[in-house]
Design a protein around this ligand. Sequence first.
Ligand code: AHR
Length: 508
Amino acid sequence: SNDAVSAVINVDIEGPQISKHVYGHFAEHLGRCIYGGFYVGEDSDIPNVRGIRLDVVEALRALDIPNLRWPGGCFADEYHWMDGIGPKEDRAVMINTHWGGVEEDNSFGTHEFMDLCELLETEPYIAGNVGSGTVREMSEWIEYLTREGDSPMVRLRKANGREAPWKVKFWGLGNEPWGCGGNMNAEQYALEARKFATYCRDYGDNKLYRIAAGAADADYQWTQKLMEQLGHLGCQRVERKLYQAVSLHYYTIGGTWDKKGDAKEFSTDEYYTTMLKALHTDELLTGHSNVMDLYDPTKEIGIVMDEWGTWWDVEPGTNPGFLYQQNTMRDALVASLHFDIFHKHADRLVMANIAQTVNVLQAMILTDPDSGALVLTPTYHVFQMNKGHQDAASLRVDAPAGLPTREVDGKELPTVSVSASRKDGRLLVSLSNLDAEAGQDVEVDLRGGGLGEFEALILTADSLQAHNTPEALEAVAPRAHEGVKLEGSKLRVHLPAHSFVTVSGALA
Ligand code: AHR
């Protein structure tokens, strides 16, 4: 083990609330995420309700998933919602040009998605089509979903079997308009966002939270343009801001876009490079938030990081357009590090959506295409162990003598990461040891609050490459951790190499 290090948690000083929505999810019509993942169809042998896989629903409900983004991604900007309503046999068939060039029969559409959200007890986040859609199309979709009373779209919804309007709060104004969403420049898109947002109406007490499609990575100029346009409302009668948040996309890629690296076979050096790239999220959130501060110092406008996670080369033998990858202990640590960063940025970050929930990129759930077996990934377990942070008050974590670091690619990578929160009289501390080979003892001073009975859980494995399969469902799964001792107000935590630990308990 490395020498012990200390950290201080100010238990009695509550910081900004960690929005539960940073534990959000994303499901695109891509590969086997919707079809063969969430949705197997009513005739499937796999237990389902109206075609939606029940074990998937059950596993995600156990995470208390707060929201689900749909239908894309790139797919959102070529999706025409009217193709996905009405009798299934009459629905239009299209080509999913972005993802494998496969036929999309639209059998999973608006009603099926809202049904899924109801089963999951989660909030829908719908990304509308700006790239190839019309203002009218988007406006009518909102009317169809959320309007009460009588109107053309309400009549259509009722004719399709849904009387009551749904509640939809989160609404995306396109996706990646700088790329697959229309190849626009920042100024051009900002004007489009204003126009589309104008016609995204609030009906009754359904108040939309409009999310303008934001930057990739460190494109601060994009964020600046969106913020600039938000300020010039032009019309005095418009009291509200046209959009309430801007999004941000950043993927953790160990290698380059051309050669991203293997999901399961990687060297220790490649592992450290990956962790350094994951840490970059901290810098990005600071950078974009700083730009926003110039226009919005009171942080009314949120950041929605609606795509994040690891992106590896696809599993050998699978369709390159389906983005199917395995998920190891390395991915779990990428997730736990992201959550520490998200908690730190609770004052500006209102939502984050991992890409993507089932069978695509850094998934929570993998399903076997032949046997249908369901596998929970190491990343799933991080979401589960951390779910107590949802809507909790963030607590500042200090390390007066510093935390251990390691030089990676000419930069300093802190190898211990800690975050903490309190909610309903309970404390939750999350600790990651990113060191690939050495254990680490951490002495946590709980200043301003004592802890009573506590539970400690650990997620680790013999190797960073460890992962779960239908034959080894629990190769990486949480178990009770004996290596945590409470001495007065000091929590002594032993973190084995490459491990993630949570300690939770009632505050005394
Ligand atoms: O998540 C996969 C793709 O990554 C999304 O469709 C797109 O928005 C991003 O480029």
